[in-house]
Design a protein around this ligand. Structure first.
Ligand SMILES: Nc1ncnc2c1ncn2[C@@H]1O[C@H](COP(=O)(O)OP(=O)(O)OP(=O)(O)O)[C@@H](O)[C@H]1O
Ligand SMILES: Nc1nc2c(ncn2[C@@H]2O[C@H](COP(=O)(O)O)[C@@H](O)[C@H]2O)c(=O)[nH]1
Length: 208
């Protein structure tokens, strides 16, 4: 499947800082918009329906899966999460650049459907710092933190399947890295499209 815009996928173990980085990137880049996922998990802290997520019941989620409404979905830390077609398709058809903040299972499903998608994995500088960030965020229960730290070992091993890895030690440095990847991809994709249309023009000349 191919649409005219760029598709960026940002994944990371919980607490590595991907939501914070994507939020900062969106503030700097008006051409980029984020997809709002559906989830069966309960809202956390100040989260609002339709802002951080579309919060739905597990039954509603499974019904959407049955109806084929998701580009990708996965069970992550015991809850269901998915990217609905409705969340991004219209924007992608219009050539807008979209960023998905999802886990590695979803990222790999997206790469199968959209091979041109750019997969970016965010790593924390250390296990200890990852745990401290989850604790400092203050909205995640102790047992949930333990489960997320446990799952992080397997998630981090998936970074090898991604196009880019960004280490989020100093926030501003990681944001700069992310920005550079987005700009580089835009240039690369634009020049590929130019080359393709040049090839078409050359073929027209041959046919004339
Ligand atoms: N470079 C950084 N240095 C210190 N703290 C950071 C850094 N980046 C993010 N944080 C903080 O770490 C915490 C976790 O960040 P964030 O919520 O963005 O993580 P996440 O990867 O999106 O997690 P989740 O997958 O659970 O949504 C937040 O309190 C955030 O402010
Ligand atoms: N495969 C998908 N994963 C998703 C999606 N939306 C979020 N996520 C990932 O889930 C975990 C946990 O998120 P949290 O908000 O409960 O902390 C994290 O890795 C998210 O990236 C999605 O649509 N599909």
């Amino acid at each position: 499947m191919e649409y005219p815009g760029n598709l960026f996928v940002v994944a990371a173990p919980s607490g590595a800082g991907k939501s914070s980085l994507v939020k900062a990137l969106l503030e700097l880049d008006a051409k980029l918009s984020v997809s709002i996922s559906h989830t069966s998990r309960a809202p956390r802290g100040q989260e609002q329906h339709g802002r951080e997520y579309w919060f739905i019941s597990p039954d509603e989620f499974r019904a959407k899966v049955q109806r084929g409404e998701f580009f990708e979905w996965a069970e992550v830390h015991g809850n269901l999460y998915g990217t609905s077609r409705g969340a991004i398709e219209a924007r992608m058809i219009q050539g807008e650049d979209v960023v998905l903040e999802i886990d590695y299972q979803g990222a790999l499903q997206i790469k199968d459907i959209f091979p041109y998608a750019v997969l970016i994995f965010i790593l924390p500088p250390s296990w200890d710092e990852l745990q401290q960030r989850l604790i400092r965020r203050g909205d995640t229960q102790t047992e949930v933190i333990a489960q997320r730290m446990h799952n992080a070992r397997h998630e981090v091993a998936q970074a090898q399947h991604f196009d880019f890895v960004v280490i989020n030690a100093l926030f501003e440095t990681a944001l700069f890295d992310l920005k550079s990847i987005v700009h580089a991809q835009r240039l690369k994709y634009a020049s590929q499209r130019r080359n393709r249309s040049n090839v078409f023009r050359a073929l027209d000349l041959i046919e004339d």
